[in-house]
Design a protein around this ligand. Structure first.
Ligand code: ADP
Length: 451
């Protein structure tokens, strides 16, 4: 029993960095709020890590939107083309998912947009849509500085993309040119949004209190409705409505080192071996692209210290970067009894042999610590936004596989937000359906309605 205790004490020493106090999360909120203010100020915005881009989306849907729209969704694992038919609250969506091969993700911009245009051309033919001009809403989920509703310059690639010759360019123009080059379909790009904005628009269509959109998928980002008065970087006319959705791009929070007080050695190692070292520090502690890898680094460490898995083959995926998927974390944490059915299945899959039930318990423990930290950090971000908006009743639209499939993310976030928001505020986290398709089409529809 004494040995056992000392083993657990040793393990604790390797994972305690993931357990953060409420005062740490309050410090995160304070820093985040400061940085958000910097992002909204004209003189400090160019240097701010959190870009706080005004999106040019200034009205939420009111349910009267109508018409047929194409939507595109590019921003992470999949690329989709959708046909969205809006008829008030009745919405019909047909979609097709296409693969973006790694060679294109890391190739040239021309290759990327030609590929997208080819997929659109095929979709339009397959759905017998040739011959009509279709308005298109484009969900493009990378940080962009917008100059209009359909004009957005890429500020940097994230989430595994790195196509040459695109940073600084207008994404809509690149797509429009590729469409001209590769197809003869007549498409008018009406709006470009990111997935957080699409998610917000999609949920606002059914819930008037919705003013925040959050993505917990490959990466992590949020947007919210801000009053123009607070947006110094807004150069356009200030007519009614006096509000605009701000795309925070808060994934870059911490890039200036301000979160170093809470980062662990595992966060640093993950960052060093990523394709964008030093960038997207907050995102790397939350996003689905990274969470599994953080878990893997901890398990690998515990194994090296002789605290986990007696004998593991050198070839085992436990020692391979990127081979411990975030979906494993969801599966493992879904085990509710001492049989550890899912955990064992994951361990079998990655090639760990000879594990004990105690090993399973430790693996699950590590997962719970790392996912809870992610959920709490996202909650601290949301609480910061909720306190800024300062309304008594607020809905947050959420989308992304991490939120959808992780068994405890929703509850952990609610608990932490409750702890961190001003007393008296009622909030609700609502799963938003198909924000990137429906949301993009709704944005296009709202803009056509207001034209
Ligand atoms: P997007 O790329 O548009 O953000 P998703 O919302 O599907 O797309 O997010 C993909 C990310 O979600 C991947 O990084 C993947 O690791 C993670 N993921 C997929 N399935 C699960 C799951 N069951 N539990 C937790 N994370 C998951």
């Amino acid at each position: 029993a004494h040995d056992q205790l000392s083993k657990y004490n040793k393990i604790e020493a390797f994972v305690k960095g993931f357990k953060l106090s409420t005062s740490s999360y309050k410090r995160v909120m304070h820093l985040l709020n400061q940085e958000m203010n910097q992002g909204l100020m004209r003189h400090s915005q160019p240097l701010a890590d959190i870009k706080m881009f005004p999106t040019f989306v200034r009205s939420l849907p009111d349910g009267s939107e109508k018409g047929d729209f194409l939507a595109l969704d590019l921003g992470g694992t999949n690329f989709r083309v959708l046909l969205v038919r809006l008829q008030g609250h009745d919405i019909d969506i047909q979609s097709k998912t296409y693969l973006i091969p790694q060679r294109i993700m890391l190739g040239t911009g021309t290759q990327l947009f030609d590929h997208i245009a080819d997929c659109i051309g095929k979709f339009v033919r397959d759905h017998n849509l040739s011959g009509q001009t279709l308005p298109l809403g484009f969900t493009f989920s990378f940080p962009c500085k917008q100059e209009g509703l359909a004009k957005a310059r890429l500020s940097k690639w994230t989430k595994g993309f790195r196509c040459e010759g695109v940073v600084g360019e207008d994404i809509c123009q690149l797509l429009q040119e590729a469409l001209k080059r590769r197809t003869n379909c007549s498409v008018e790009i009406v709006a470009i949004v990111n997935d957080a904005v699409g998610t917000l628009m999609s949920a606002a269509h059914v819930d008037r209190n919705c003013e925040i959109g959050l993505i917990l998928g490959t990466g992590c980002n949020a947007c919210y409705m801000e009053t123009l008065e607070n947006v110094q970087t807004w150069d356009e006319e200030k007519s009614h409505p006096d509000q605009v959705i701000i795309n925070t791009e808060w994934g870059a929070f911490g890039d200036n080192g301000c979160l170093d007080f809470l980062r662990t050695e595992y966060d640093r190692e993950l960052d060093t071996f990523s394709i964008n070292p030093g960038r997207q520090i907050m995102e790397k502690m939350i996003g689905g692209m990274y969470m599994g890898e953080i878990v893997r680094l901890v398990l690998e460490r515990l194994n090296m210290e002789g605290l986990l898995f007696r004998s593991v083959d050198n070839e085992c995926d436990l020692f391979e970067r990127g081979r411990f998927y975030t979906k494993y974390v969801s599966e493992i944490e879904s085990d509710t009894d001492d049989f550890y059915h899912n955990t064992k299945q994951v361990l079998d899959e990655i090639g760990v042999e000879n594990y004990t039930t105690e090993d399973c318990k430790i693996v699950k423990y590590v997962c719970t610590l790392i996912s809870a930290r992610a959920a709490f950090l996202a909650a601290a971000g949301l609480a910061t936004l909720i306190n800024r908006i300062n309304k008594t009743d607020i809905t947050i639209a959420v989308d992304g596989s991490l939120y959808r499939f992780h068994p405890r993310f929703h509850n952990l976030m609610c608990l932490k937000i409750q702890e961190l928001v001003k007393p008296g505020i009622k909030f609700k986290l609502a799963l938003s359906h198909d924000g990137s398709g429906k949301g993009a089409a709704l944005t296009a529809a709202v803009s056509l309605r207001l034209r």
